[in-house]
Design a protein around this ligand. Structure first.
Ligand code: CA
Length: 416
């Protein structure tokens, strides 16, 4: 077995995937790596051992994470991937790849890139409809703007955290029946199973079109759990939208799957029954839907399979929307799709929907029932997409455990 792919590839992490991450081998500093099977390959070391990578791209990978590569732009991304695919599939280079790599279970993973600006969308029609039915039962499930633009809000970039980092239950003001809120730990801690997109290149004047977004700015995708405190969110969100109910933690998976690896996963998005403005027209060059299936696992038990292909709005549309007003785009900009929910109950991506606002407890395989998350519970997202020729693209996992709230510093009485 002379090629690295033959020696190391595993289902989901073959030469058709090659996701990027930042890792430290034992006793050494962080570096940019790529994953093949169960190996984390040090890209700088590999580019020294095997010639053929252009100088500009070599400079962009001689760093601890993806930041410099995201800045270098799409030509460097393409050049690096071409070289990598060649290296791991070329006869006689298995030893070089082995020497530059480490078993993934022996390395420490870090945030793969520095998040610049973070935006959270609301792109799943089933999710938006479910929330509408619960919050506004007397009205149409979707608000009038929903099919004319991808609804979103700006979040806190600094609170996007790496998979595996646990965090305490957030505290805040919770609505109470009497009218006055009470301060304390969230009683309705939830998940949001989303897909996240990592952007690169620069567009300081914004106005990035759909085609340009896909060709030049969407670097890759990760699993994204946008943890949400529904009670804090419910009290604070009028009139300006979500804030502290969302910003305590949002976890991302640690191996960024290149957009180029998702070619075989591209599918038509759902039929749009409302005409959109020209800047959101994504009918050319597509299809831009992505056939990624996520899995939500609670304390080791699988409870849901949110289908990303059902998202009404596609990633290039979301990039076009965030820049159409002239807002610049920077390397490291990141956005979440919004909770992914399919039409079926076991395709819902939040406990808010799975338990229908807490009214219909979810029955776990071990016989326990639950609505929202308790202390000590662990939620893991997994995700896969079809690769070329029957292969699979694996997104790895995005996981964290809820720690008990820190002691309250203050409180206000409940109700008058
Ligand atoms: Ca969200």
């Amino acid at each position: 077995m002379n090629t690295a792919a033959e020696r190391f590839a595993s289902p989901g992490f073959g030469p058709e995937n090659l996701p990027y991450g930042s890792f430290s081998p034992k006793g050494a500093g962080p570096r940019l790596g790529v994953r093949l099977g169960g190996r984390a390959i040090d890209l700088q070391a590999l580019s020294t051992a095997v010639e053929g990578l252009d100088g500009e791209t070599r400079l962009a990978i001689d760093t601890p994470n993806l930041d410099a590569l995201l800045t270098a732009g799409h030509q460097s991304w393409a050049s690096l991937r071409r070289w990598l695919v060649d290296v791991v599939t070329r006869e006689g280079l298995g030893d070089e790849v082995e020497a530059a790599s480490f078993p993934v279970e022996q390395v420490e993973m870090h945030m793969p890139f520095t998040v610049a600006d973070y935006v959270d969308y609301y792109a799943s029609e089933h999710h938006a409809s479910n929330i509408g039915k619960m919050f506004r039962p007397d009205q149409a499930p979707l608000l009038p703007n929903w099919k004319h633009l991808p609804v979103g809000y700006h979040g806190r970039a600094g609170t996007v955290i790496p998979s595996g980092r646990n965090f305490p239950r957030p505290k805040g003001l919770r609505p109470e029946p009497g009218g006055n809120p009470s301060f304390g730990p969230s009683r309705r801690l939830d998940i949001e199973a989303e897909i996240g997109f990592v952007l690169g290149g620069s567009a300081p004047a914004g106005e990035v079109g759909v085609a340009q977004a896909a060709a030049e700015h969407i670097f890759g995708a990760v699993l994204f759990n946008d943890w949400s405190a529904r009670d804090i969110q419910n009290y604070e969100y009028v009139p300006l939208g979500p804030y502290l109910g969302k910003s305590f933690a949002s976890s991302i998976s640690l191996w960024v799957v290149p957009f180029e690896a998702l070619g075989a996963a591209r599918v038509d998005p759902p039929v749009r029954d409302v005409a959109v403005a020209g800047y959101l027209d994504d009918s050319a060059g597509g299809p831009w839907g992505l056939d990624i299936t996520m899995e939500v696992i609670v304390d080791g038990q699988s409870i849901s399979h949110p289908p990303v292909r059902t998202l009404y709005w596609t990633a290039p549309q979301m990039v076009a929307h965030m820049t159409v007003n002239g807002a610049g785009l920077r390397p490291g900009d990141f956005f979440g799709s919004g909770t992914v929910s399919g039409p079926e109950k076991n395709q819902r991506g939040s406990f808010m929907e799975l338990s229908w606002g807490g009214k219909e407890p979810v029955l776990l395989a071990d016989g326990k029932q639950m609505t929202f998350l308790g202390d000590g519970q662990t939620v893991t997202l997994r995700g896969t997409a079809p690769g070329p020729d029957g292969t699979i693209i694996d997104f790895g996992e995005c996981t964290a455990t809820i720690l008990p709230a820190t002691p309250a510093a203050d409180s206000v009485p409940a109700g008058p």
